[in-house]
Structures are given as structure tokens and as C-alpha cells.
Design a binder for this molecule. Sequence first.
Ligand code: ZN
Length: 426
Amino acid sequence: MTDLTALTAAIKDRRDDLIQLTQDLIRIPTLNPPGENYQAICDFLHKRLRASGFDTQLIRAHGTPGDSDRYPRWNIVARREGGSPGDCVHFNSHTDVVEVGKGWTTDPFGGDLIDGKIYGRGACDMKGGLAASIIAAEAFLQVYPDFHGAIEISGTADEESGGYGGVAYLAEQGFFSPKKVQHVIIPEPLNKDRVCLGHRGGWWAEIETFGEIAHGSMPFLGDCAVRHMGAVLEKFETDLFPAMAARRTDMPVVPEGARSSTMNINSIHGGMAEQADDFTGLPAHCVPDSCRVVIDRRFLVEEPLDQVRGEVEGLLEALKAERPKFDYTMTEINSVLPSMTDRDAPVAATVAAEIANVMGREAEFVASPGTYDQKHIDRIGKLKNCVAYGPGILELAHKPDEYIGVDDMMDSVEVMARSLVKLLVP
Ligand SMILES: [Zn+2]
């Protein structure tokens, strides 16, 4: 008990450090796309973690999507060995942030501290979580320098664009082999009292309908691809959306609405190319011969990917049979399978127990509507013992005036540090 008192004190002492670290991370604008300043943030983390006794490796994901000399995909993996052999606990955070967007009342890269909240793009998703894991490890190391096993902290690129230049690449290089790492905590913003066991799957495809160009005054001489796409969208409305809404998963997905299958129409385009904002001309009169949509289909652990794909294809084939001159192509853009850790897995049970100890209420087990890097740790690394646990409020991710609460971070630091004690101090 004395030891946990010392740990709690070591965490309390670091409150200002936690704020400063979070602000420093926010002030490095690691926008993705295009994937800016990955090297700068890795250098920053390298200095920080070296000073705390970690060995660090900087790894560039050569040849992965987006990697170039202008925008190199840099990652950092830091490891600190304990006094004797044991398990390795790995904290993985992505360093990239999404575009700023409109509607901010604070500086997106200022890291302003206002009423106990630190504002900025990435504050919640997930530089606050990264800072919390570093402070948790540093406080733990001060009190338990002779722990068993090892602690790893990684900062990885490109999670917001699929993680191929980040965790996927590291997993391919063996960094998440179960021989090397036994427990993974990803401090994504799922709220400080929830353990996230995994995520739904995703399937992205482009559908194109075809027509025939003709003069707009005589559309009967051509064939309008946009009208064909209208028929596709109507089919989705009458058949696909109701069928998806009727399916419910046993995964504890939050928010509740995502416990069904869902699909977003990501974009639609047909006919004349869009012109620049300052274009003052009038449109030429043409019947469009092509229309494209991109669909973003999120699916449940109970749905095989083949079925997800086949369902959309089936509707398009039905249209082909019933609608004159209807023709289409469907091109898959990407797919990600669902991932789900057992709630009795050691890391899930440990973090849940420490949430109860710190927060004084039972932890909630959840699953994420969207995917995150757990898929690569599971599918490529073959490491199942992985959860997401972090301090941010899920609904703030990617929003204007995104923030992280300092008290929430402090609570998460305590949960993370006490989890290290459970897993690494016999
Ligand atoms: Zn994230």
C-alpha cells in the first residue's frame, strides 16, 4: 500500500509536467495528410524518452503510402528494460492529427490551457493520451526502478490514414511479435472509465455508373449516368439501409447507433468537372456519361467481408437486370476486418480493475465504431492482448475546439501507472 501511495504522489508531482508535455506535442503540427513533421515529433519524443532511460529507435516506413523525401513516414519505438525478465507492456500512440477544419475559437496548434482544458488539434485524439502514457511510465519508473520485464512507448505515423506507414509497418518488422511484446495499450480517446476491446470492420469502394454524352437539349439522344446513379442510391435507401439497420452486434460498440451496420456515402461526382471558386463561366450543356460515388461501409464482427461486398454487388446486379442500359463498375479501395479482444484477456482485465480502483466505479467495456491501429497489431503482429484506453472524450475527436481535460488525463495516468504495477511488479 505504501508503494501505491508513493506512486500516487509521484503522479501528483508531475501535473505541470503533464500539461507542458501535452502542449509541446500539440505545438508540433503533425497534419495528415500530407504527413508533416513526423521527424520533428519523433526527435522530440526521442529526447524526452532518452532522458527517462529508454533506448530509442527511429524507423522510417520506406515505400509505404505517402512516404517521400518531402514527407517521410517516421516512427519511434522506445524500450526500457527492467531489472529482471518479465512481460513487456507497450503503449502505442499515433502522432498524426487530422486537418483543422472550420469553426475554431482557439489556436489549433497553440495548446492553450483554459479552465483545466488544453485545446488544440490532436489534444484529445491523441496527444493527450500519448502524454499521459509517458507520464505514467516515468512516475512508475521513479517508484519501481527494478521492475520485471520491459516498458515500450511508440509514437507512430499515419493512423488517421490507415496506419500503413505506422503500426502496420512496425508490425511487419516484428515490433509487435508476441515474443517481444505481451500487452498493448493504445491511449486512443475512448473516455477515462472505459476499456475498448476492439472495433468494427470497414470496407471502402467506388461505384461508377456509365451513360452516353449528348447535347443537353436532347437528353434522349444520350444516356444520363447521374440518373443511373440516382437509381443506385434509391436501391440503397429501399433495400440496403433498412437491412443494415436491422442487424445488431454483440460487440459493445459505442455510441449505440453504431451497434448496427452502417454506411456513409463519402462523395458523389458526375458530369462536368468542378471548377475553381473564382470561375465565372456557365456550364456547357452535356449529358453526363459518368457518375461516381465512394461508399464507406462499416460492418460487424458477425458479418463476413464477402457478404458485405456481395450484398452491394447483388443490388447493382439486380439493377442491371431491371433497368435498361444500366452499367457499372465497382472498385474496392480498402478493407479492414473487425478486431475484438476478449474481456478476460490480461491487459483488458487489468486496466478494467484499475479503472474501478481509481475511479471508484466499474469500468465499461466498449468497442469503437471506427477502426484504429489495433487491427494491425492483431492481424499482422498476431498479438491479441491489446486494448485501447485513454483519457479523451470520444465525441471531441476531429471536431473544432478539440480539447483534453487535465483532470481526466491525471486519472488516466493513475490507471496506466497502476496497471504497470499489476503487470510488471510481482
Ligand atoms: Zn486517434
